[in-house]
Design a binder for this molecule. Structure first.
Ligand code: 6PG
Length: 238
C-alpha cells in the first residue's frame, strides 16, 4: 500500500503557515467546485495556532465564509464553554476571530448530552453528503478524532458518527467514524512534536505493509486525497 503524501516543515511556524494556507486552499477549491464547503475541524492543542492563522485577514479573505459549513471531527462530552471543548477551541481561535461579516455555519456536537444521543443527532445533522475537508490530529497512542486503538467503534462501517470512550479524560466522546473520514474528498493530518515521531513512523510502517491497525493508519480515503503535514520533530522517524 503506497505511503501517504507527506509534507515536512523545519519548524513549528513553517508548519502553521503551510497548514493554514493548505486548509484555506482546500476550502476555497470546494466552494469553487460545489458552491459550498463542508469542513470537519480537528481538536486537541495542535490546531489552535493554525486556526488563528486561518482567521487572519490575508487568508480569511480568500474564503466566502457564509458558504462554509463547519463540522467537528470529534467532541468531548462537556458543555460548549468547557476548557476541553473542541467547539470552544474552534470558536476562540477561528470563528469568533472572523468577525460578523464572515460568519460560517457552525454545526456543533452537543457535548452536553449523553454521547450516544449526541452521536445520533449529529449523524442526522451531518447527513450523507461527503465532507469536503477533514482536518485531523494524532494522539501519542495513534488515535485520531476520538477513535482509539482497540475500540470496537473503529470497526464501525455503517454509522457515520459514533460514541466512544477515551482512555484519558474527558472519557465520553463523540467522533466521526472511519467511514465518514474515509469518504471525505480531502483529509489532512496535522502532527507536530518529537513525542509523536515514533508513533508516526509506526503508522507509516503499518500502511506500507498493508496491515493498518492503529486508527490513524486506517485513515485511507476511498477516493479523496490524503496528506500528512508534519514538523521535522514529528517526521524524524520517516
Ligand atoms: C481531540 C482530537 C484528537 C487530537 C489528538 C492530538 O479531541 O483530542 O480530536 O484526535 O487531534 O489527541 O492532540 P494534540 O494536538 O493535543 O496533540
Amino acid at each position: 500500500m503506497r505511503a501517504p503524501h507527506v509534507r515536512r516543515f523545519a519548524g513549528r511556524s513553517a508548519f502553521v503557515e503551510a497548514a493554514a494556507s493548505d486548509a484555506v486552499d482546500l476550502m476555497a477549491t470546494a466552494i469553487a467546485a460545489r458552491g459550498t464547503c463542508r469542513v470537519a475541524l480537528g481538536g486537541g492543542s495542535t490546531p489552535r495556532p493554525v486556526y488563528e492563522r486561518m482567521a487572519q485577514a490575508d487568508l480569511a479573505e480568500r474564503i466566502d465564509w457564509k458558504r462554509v459549513h463547519i463540522f467537528f471531527g470529534d467532541e468531548r462530552c462537556v458543555p460548549p464553554n468547557h476548557e476541553s471543548s473542541n467547539y470552544r477551541l474552534a470558536d476562540e481561535s477561528l470563528v469568533a476571530r472572523l468577525g460578523s461579516e464572515r460568519a460560517p455555519h457552525v454545526h456543533r456536537i452537543a457535548g452536553e448530552d449523553p454521547a450516544a444521543k449526541a452521536a445520533r443527532a449529529y449523524a442526522a445533522e451531518l447527513g450523507e453528503v461527503p465532507l469536503d475537508v477533514v482536518l485531523l490530529g494524532m494522539g501519542g497512542d495513534g488515535h485520531t478524532a476520538s477513535l482509539f486503538p482497540g475500540q470496537p467503534e473503529l470497526a464501525e462501517r455503517n454509522a457515520r458518527v459514533v460514541a466512544t470512550r477515551s482512555p484519558a479524560p474527558p472519557f465520553e466522546r463523540v467522533s466521526l467514524s472511519l467511514r465518514t473520514i474515509n469518504e471525505a474528498r480531502a483529509v489532512r493530518f496535522w502532527v507536530t512534536g518529537e513525542d509523536k515521531a515514533a508513533r508516526v513512523a509506526e503508522v507509516f510502517r503499518q500502511i506500507e505493509c498493508g496491515a493498518p491497525s492503529l486508527p490513524a493508519a486506517q485513515v485511507q480515503p476511498s477516493s479523496g486525497e490524503l496528506a500528512w503535514l508534519l514538523d521535522e520533530a514529528a517526521a524524524q522517524g520517516l
